[in-house]
Write a protein that binds this ligand. Structure first.
Ligand code: SAH
Length: 277
């Protein structure tokens, strides 16, 4: 079968370029039929290492199935284990939800929230047709998470966000992981993988990325909410790579975060202490 061969080639390419190290993640890419989630693309295009738009207006792309290497890097940061309860924000095609379900196994549970009713409906249909019955697709605003099935061991956001929402904090178990494409107003967008340690999120890995924005949450950052120890650091930000991020709820943030970070960005829900290379 052509699709099985293409999947094998894709997995080999992902391993070769270093996007995948974990055998379980490689195994998931080897079995989930990506072409079923993008029926308008040829089998060949479906397994190329490219994003494919699945919904757009004249002006912008509203949804796309991400590039496999980007999904792989985010899954490596997320580290889903068998039996995990997983929340995905941004179902899109449903492909990543199928990978998550494969990694979480029969005892796991995946909730995926999608704001666009037609995409939610479509993904629900394909996931059911492919037999992913541990996935629940919920139509709604993912910024509010999905409290009915919380707490989650893992949360993965697949749209760009300027903040870590209150709901994600409340619904993530202690010791759990969240991966979120963040643009906190310093220039650049990074998928940051965090582990929760009590009241803190500590980054464990950071990947450069490009996602469509989370709809309804695209407000601009007020410049006054960025703090640095020196002006030099402030103006150097665009040329530096992010090394680490520690995040706390903004209501609990204190000025001494600057002792451990080069830049501190206070967003409405979460304050980020960022360290540069
Ligand atoms: N994970 C998807 C790709 C997601 S693309 C896949 O595997 O195909 C980003 C998705 O997030 C789009 O489908 C978009 O409609 C959705 N989205 C955007 N804003 C959202 C919001 N506020 N809540 C939930 N979903 C949202």
């Amino acid at each position: 079968m052509e699709d099985a061969r293409r999947r094998e080639e894709l997995v080999a390419a992902l391993r070769r370029e270093g996007s995948v190290h974990d055998d379980a993640i490689a195994g998931a890419f080897a079995v989930v039929p990506r072409h079923r989630f993008v029926p308008d693309a040829s089998v060949r295009d479906a397994y190329a290492d490219r994003a494919i738009s699945i919904k757009s207006t004249d002006a912008e792309t509203l949804a796309s199935i991400s590039q496999p290497s980007m999904i792989a890097r985010m899954l490596e940061l997320l580290r889903v284990e068998p039996g995990n309860r997983v929340l995905e924000i941004g179902t899109g095609s449903g492909y990543n939800a199928a990978l998550l379900a494969t990694l979480a196994g029969e005892r796991g549970h995946v909730v995926s929230v999608e704001v666009e009713p037609d995409l939610a409906e479509r993904a629900r249909g394909i996931l059911a047709a492919c037999g992913y019955d541990t996935v629940e697709v919920v139509q709604g605003d993912g910024y509010a998470g999905y409290p009915a099935a919380a707490p989650y061991d893992r949360i993965v956001v697949t749209a760009r966000s300027g903040d870590v929402s209150r709901a994600w904090w409340e619904q993530l178990a202690d010791g759990g992981r969240i991966v979120v494409p963040l643009d906190v107003g310093l220039g650049g967008e990074y998928a940051v993988g965090f582990v929760r340690a009590g009241d803190e999120l500590r980054s464990v890995g950071i990947v450069h990325c490009l996602f469509v924005p989370l709809r309804g949450h695209e407000e601009e950052l007020e410049p006054a909410r960025i703090f640095t120890r020196s002006r030099a650091l402030r103006y150097g930000t665009r040329s530096r790579a992010v090394r680490g991020v520690v995040a706390v709820r903004t209501e609990r943030a204190s000025p001494d975060m600057l002792e451990h970070a080069d830049v501190v960005v206070a967003r409405p829900e979460t304050t980020f202490g960022v360290t540069w290379d």
